[in-house]
Design a binder for this molecule. Sequence first.
Ligand SMILES: C[S@@+](CC[C@H](N)C(=O)[O-])C[C@H]1O[C@@H](n2cnc3c(N)ncnc32)[C@H](O)[C@@H]1O
Length: 829
Amino acid sequence: MPESPPTKTLNPPMDHQDSSDPPVPSEDPSPSSLVDTNLAEKRKREPEPDPEISSDPAPPPQHPLWKTSLCSYFRRTGGSCSHGESCRYAHGEAELRPRPDHTWDPTSERAKKMARTEEKEKVEEAEDGGIMMTDALDVEGEEPSSGLSKCFVNLPMKWSSDNLRNFLSEQGLLFKSAKKKKGMIVGFVNFENAEQVKIAVKELDGKSVGNNRTLKVADVIPRPFEKNNKPTHKSENPSLDGDHMNMTEATNNDEADGDGSLVPSGSVVKCKSVRDVVTPLAHMTYSDQLDHKKNSLAQTLKRLTRNARKACPNGVSLPEWILNSREIGGLPCKLEGIIESPLVNGYRNKCEFSVGCSLQGKHTVGFLLGNFREGVTAVQEPLDCPNVSRIACRYATVFQEFLLHSLFPVWNRLNNTGFWRQLTVREGRRPCTMTEVEKPETSIAEVMLIVQVCTKDFDDGQIKDEIERLAREFSVGSTVESPPLPLTALVIQDHTGISNAAPPDAPLRYVFINKGGDCGLELANDVAEPRIHDYISNLRFSISPSAFFQVNTLAAEKLYSLSGDWAGLGPDTLLFDVCCGTGTIGLTLAHRVGMVVGIEMNASAVSDAQRNAEINGIKNCRFVCGKAEDVIGSLMKEYLSLPHKQDESSEMSENKESEVVSVDRSISSADSVTRIEDNLIVEHENGSSAGKCSKDEAQLQKHGTLESITPVQQFKNVVAIVDPPRVGLHPTVIKVLRTQSRLRRLVYISCNPESLVANAIELCTPSLDKTEKGTNKNNRGWKNMSSAGLARHRAKSMPNSEPFKPVKAMAVDLFPHTPHCELVMLLER
Ligand SMILES: C[S@@+](CC[C@H](N)C(=O)[O-])C[C@H]1O[C@@H](n2cnc3c(N)ncnc32)[C@H](O)[C@@H]1O
């Protein structure tokens, strides 16, 4: 084989470099360092989009990557490459082959064209099938069918009605009224006459607005269920921003209070079914789903290698794991496989059903058919979604039937008015044998129903009556089934916010359910908070209404045990369980470590964690309530910076009563919550606050755990398992983990591989001896950066510290039939 053209391996073409890379500085001009630096740079500057391709001589033609990337040398020189026909890269578009994952070289015309088509399809989907509004929007006196109403699609989401009106006026257009809700890409405009409509369509259809979005002006047509129905009444509640127009209200055949809809024409044709929206992989076999997820995770993981390579400071050698990535197809570490879910159907122990109008205009309890931002408010029953249990479906149906006769309106997402908003069904299982796994329903022992309402502007007496009636319907609905469905608790959550995502402290009221038929509303202070129970690794977990608990319990068990195996645990291990929820990870691993410190911001979840330690007799766990970014620094300091000798440290904890809490929380009161404020741990117990350390210490001594578990005990092995929400870890948490040199091993569990990649870029990219100061200042471009780009940017200001390296990764499928998957990565240094 001929030699590679030298420029290919040593000086990559410019289009393979990050143009923001500064020139290579040389801090140490000694000959040896120059050699190393140059070598590192040479390695670093190898062609980047082809990490899968080894730099060894060209592979034989049957190699899977043969001709899957364009030869940049050939392109730059206008067609001359010394490899000639044996070059492994494609000489021109015609020679280019698809990659094994069916994608094309991203620099090729073909890939660019496909990207453009995909983008166009997305827009068309939003314009056509995407807009399924079944909520009434009050707009001034025009019937949608008059032809004088138009729907504008692709408006900037941040625009309000005022912005839309200003925009129309700036274009010199005449109109009667305009309505636009922030957070949606659609707006509605009413015109005085056909001439105004004609001019507006001519001027605006296809015009560029905002960030290169192409404006589409569509007709507003009534939904099928509205045809033949005249608008009847105005909405009782004015819309939020004070506009009160009346363009589209219409009654429907089923409902007394008559919701209507606004629909751009064509939308009826292309709507997705609830099954396609909620479980888009359900049409594949389970084995194909697993392959699909693994491939897609591999693609995402490769971004870690590429971005860490780019972020590696000039003058610093690329770490081994980046150099070795070429041997494993560009991955940062081996992706060992995907663990399947023990249960593939009906596995969800928690379902949040929206309340809204179906495409046929019927009040429905189920799932939204798309994204509200894109104008979808239609809701469809969950019956066809394979991830939902029969019990959850049954309760959704009972609630839906109740709504037919309720005095109160369902929630209207466009006007933010109404009463009934959401039903959450949470299920708890008894510990199940393998045979019961096959028949999951038989193992469901407890059910908690949480109904979200908005009580604002409704009468208290009527509310009480309605909720009591609902409780009776649920009670009857559960007993008519054979065997009867479990019904453990009914909780009413009051929430006035615009989206249904209520904060954890949204007010709750508990409804006492008497199976004989009597139901009563109880105030939160009067009764114990209702909870359900589930089992993981033979431990019993008590779960309060708002606490996070993995939705697929049996698969979560596998996730936790894998994480424990990878964390390298032992009696001398101090385990930080970051974002611990109800304590599931720390508690299931507590018997394998010296001590667990759990951190969680949701106070109810922390109380649950403490209670869970207590009911399982676990004494080596401490749970701290606070945002990880606020507390992790002081906790790490507390555990990892104190003097080595036991006696010195005991003295210290006695003297600093309010500063250090050496408490085994598992034996403290179930109602007590530990909070950290201003880096001090303050006790909150039954409402009172302040330094209760001595009391707790007395308790501890009584229970005989103080000697064995103290914060000053020195643990040889310090490990963190982090399990953050979708957004990933806060930058402060990343910095603490990275700069705490005693933390040698980190297991990252992620439900969102994008944020894992972003966080791992910061954790694994080598830092400079001297941090680049002020890289984040005055940089307003961050808003448009990808999460990986932002992470690269932040990595530049990471204090000098030993980076972690990705060691291995494994996926665990907690969400069959959906594209989602948990990913576990072991990082070490
Ligand atoms: C994905 S859940 C994991 C919970 C737990 N590890 C489990 O498996 O059940 C993420 C948890 O992080 C908590 N959380 C979110 N942001 C947080 C923050 N800034 N600090 C601490 N906890 C946070 C949430 O309340 C939630 O309980």
